[in-house]
Design a protein around this ligand. Structure first.
Ligand SMILES: NC(=O)c1ccc[n+]([C@@H]2O[C@H](COP(=O)([O-])OP(=O)(O)OC[C@H]3O[C@@H](n4cnc5c(N)ncnc54)[C@H](OP(=O)(O)O)[C@@H]3O)[C@@H](O)[C@H]2O)c1
Length: 238
């Protein structure tokens, strides 16, 4: 890793991504943060729109003087998609979640890998997936679980495919992580009952997930490539 790694981080406006942004900057990275719309220093790109990921990559490359060393794919949505909606509503919701959570991440991973192959430089990818990749999710969130499982499989494929080029890939799988007011957050995830299922007795703090992402992005030994790191208070142990 160079003295000042150049980092592209998606979904940096709030929640886990905001904490990752702070942690990476504290770790001396030069970070370009992203959100669905431009805000302050954050680059805007709505991943629901085709071409948004490649536009973001181009803007990040420009702001980072043509060099990205680390890509962190954190942006994502968690929106209910009930089975009893209309066929087209269910399909639209499935495709939107796949596009934002998985396809945009895949496009950015591809651009990053090609950048490192062309320049001969090493690089790191950190994909923020979810406990849902392994455990599944609620009946209204098949698409979310599938998108995160896809992210884990993609991460492993990249780690296995390009390790010999110095390209490393990690996935982080948070369980419930407090991203807003406690009551609102718990209500959005099914209410206080969910705490009974977490042996630690609480959901994760965003700073805990950020510490793991920062470790993978900046410090993890190369032999860890391909690792998927759980952070779920032992609510799912595999
Ligand atoms: N919180 C949890 O309990 C939990 C658990 C497991 C995994 N995760 C994963 O962790 C990551 C961060 O989650 P979070 O809870 O911190 O999310 P959050 O607070 O809802 O923030 C989501 C981030 O993604 C961006 N985003 C949303 N829709 C987008 C779109 N159409 N195009 C581009 N960017 C978009 C948002 O930008 P705007 O501000 O512009 O909307 C925001 O920066 C996600 O991948 C999520 O699946 C979260």
């Amino acid at each position: 890793m160079t003295n000042q790694p150049h980092i592209l981080l998606t979904g940096a406006s709030r929640g886990i991504g905001k904490s990752i942004h702070e942690a990476l900057e504290a770790g001396a990275g030069r970070v370009i943060g992203h959100a669905s719309r431009a805000k302050g220093n954050l680059v805007g790109a709505d991943f629901a729109m085709p071409g948004a990921a490649s536009d973001l990559w181009a803007q990040a490359m420009e702001r980072l003087d043509g060099r990205v060393d680390v890509l962190v794919n954190n942006a994502g949505i968690f929106q209910a998609n009930p089975l009893d909606g209309s066929d087209i509503a269910w399909l639209d919701s499935w495709e939107e979640t796949m596009r934002i959570n998985l396809t945009a991440s895949a496009e950015l991973c591809r651009l990053a890998v090609r950048h490192w192959q062309e320049t001969g430089r090493p690089g790191r990818i950190v994909n923020v997936a979810s406990r849902a990749a392994y455990r599944g999710d609620s009946p209204a969130h098949w698409h979310y679980a599938a998108s995160k499982a896809g992210m884990v499989a993609m991460t492993k494929s990249i780690a296995r495919g390009y390790g010999s080029d110095g390209i490393l890939a990690f996935a982080v799988c948070p369980g419930f992580t407090m991203t807003g007011m406690a009551d609102d957050y718990l209500a959005s995830r099914g209410g206080p009952e969910l705490l009974k299922d977490i042996p630690l007795g609480r959901v994760a703090e965003t700073s805990e997930i950020a510490d793991i992402v920062k470790f993978c992005a900046l410090d993890a030994p190369p032999s860890m490539t391909g690792a998927v790191i759980d952070a779920n208070g032992a609510s799912f142990v595999r």
